[in-house]
Design a protein around this ligand. Sequence first.
Ligand code: BDP
Length: 719
Amino acid sequence: MKAANRFLTLLLLCCPLGAAPAHAEDGYDLWLRYRPLAGSARTALAARATAVVAPGTSPTIAAAVAELERGFGGMRGHPIARARSPADGAIVLATAAQARGLGLGLDAASLADLGAEGFRLRTTTARGKPVIAIVANTDIGLLYGSFRLLELAEQGASLAKLDLRSAPKLQLRVLDHWDNLDRSVERGYAGQSIWDWWTLPDYTGPRYTDYARANASIGINGAVLNNVNAVKESLTARYIAKTAALADVFRPYGIKVYLSARFSAPIELGGLKTADPLDPAVKAWWAAKADEIYRAIPDFGGFLVKANSEGQPGPQDYHRSHADGANVLAAAVRPHGGVVMYRAFVYSEHNAADRARQAYDDFKPLDGRFADNVIVQVKNGAIDFQPREPFHPLFGAMPKTPLMMEFQITKEYLGQATHLAYLGPLFEETLESDTLARGPGSTVARVLEGKVDPYRLTGMAGVANIGVDRDWSGSTFNQANWFAFGRFAWNPDGDAKAFADEWARMTFTPDPRFVAPAVAMMMGSREAVVDYMTPLGLAHQMATGHHYGPGPWVSDLARPEWNPTYYARADAKGIGFDRTAAGSDAIAQYAPALAARLADPDTTPERDLLWFHHVPWDRRMASGRTLWDELVTRYDHGVATAGAMQRTWQTLAPYVDAERFAKTRAFLAIQQREAQWWRDASVSWYQSLNHRPLPADSPAPAHPLAFYRAIDVPFAPGH
Ligand code: BDP
């Protein structure tokens, strides 16, 4: 056989004519893959998803129908029809009023509490035909319901007896993009910004729609398009037109756009002499700017503001408060229904107080002084998105000011793109923390939901991990953090493990032989990062600037609170930051019942010990080990878990396509190597201070301390 013939035969053998070549999986489809289901699930779907019946033709309904056709067509392996009236096996979308007409057996009362975004899914009959009904009060509720139905099918759930209702517990469910206009992304590890500002507004390619689909599928309803370290240009007519073009793409998917506003814009764009929020000309400038934006984007969401923090301009430049600063912007967007999300991430080099105290010290006295369309956005912890932080003391402390959560989805301090760290447990741990603010049960989740104090606005923001990489988030497993964020923003009382399970089924396969080990690996992954980077309550031990890799010895930076040594306070005798009354007294910012518990190292959870206390190296820990031995054991445990993750992944090869398998495997190898680096560098450093031997079963670091100190990583991304 000639070589060419042999090749042809081989080709025919592996790809019989007529069979479509398998679409390479590169992560672009996220959890909305809609690949043909296997076996009985596919047969069931053939009978249960035959056609779509939809009311009206609004852009949102059109998006829902298109998604159902795409999704069920894909999972069934052949297209589904569009019908005018209920047929056997149809999927029927109906608003509450239509539900009555179709005899879906759902009374209006049972739908009222779905609100403007909730939905109901039910296997029922319509005019006597067996159907699956998606019922909501609004078109956007129907879109959310359509996505949920598709997700259930993708997860391999039976649709035979569906009866599910779901409505979001928070109003603002927002992604914050720290994207610059030159397409660089602050703390972005997934390539350049997906906003191609240069070709906007003329070109709005399919990626923007796919972004909106992905967000709508998890209930995200807002996007702040530009970096909180904002430049004035975002507020110019040229960029407003570009923002409007994105708003047009997102609108059918229920997503509003927001902009980060630069506080000094009245000077820089308006030519005013001041940006003093109480100056009438400044007020007029912001009002006119808002009018201009709303002329282009009638449903513009509003502004996000970072002020007087890390060098950004703000009201304190004019001896005004943050409330004054927030209110001038709030007054400008108020006539249009807009909101201001004002960040509480403030600390100053002119303030010698413990950095962890500063936001509370600034904001607590302002409680009740913010306009009614302001919501204060608070990071989950009081420092800065560390692998672990106790919840921020402002939660529960602002009864008259709505607070929203700010999580960071991009893993600036958790190994960035390459380390696998599923953040669901981090989100959950913060949300279920009990502030004790109004007695037991005052969890952070309930504070956000406005159930501890009645909040007129509620919300959650996540700093996005999205870029132009084909897989959007830098790695497949980073997609899970975007997904889990959306789920928690919808339901802050949700369950991290359940979300991981859903995500893994959709992103890979519902096969339990894959799902169980993959979910177990995900659930332990963030704790592994805590262990090999900053165990037992340590924080901010990362190298300077890019925050990539260990730098526990760094102590020469201009601002004290930028130095890792500021946080660990280690010396020959002990380690940890004393936040008791004898130290910075930051503990007093928590509700008294909680503060009393945290004031004593013996009643402080060990995982937060060094966050709140400075303790001697030979302190006895619950394990019976000394603190030093326990610390080293934690580092070792982190490294061991990284190794175990690699081995688990290896066993999952049969269930994963080649491309995603290989990339994950390569990244896990990076993680394993860098976990070792973190452990060895940290252990060497602390040992150089306390001169204590390592526990018997703990190997000596591979190199002397000088080796780790000399490591330099220029060009680390995201900086
Ligand atoms: C820190 C980042 C910095 C951000 C800042 C913020 O290192 O790049 O500008 O937070 O949240 O996490 O404003």
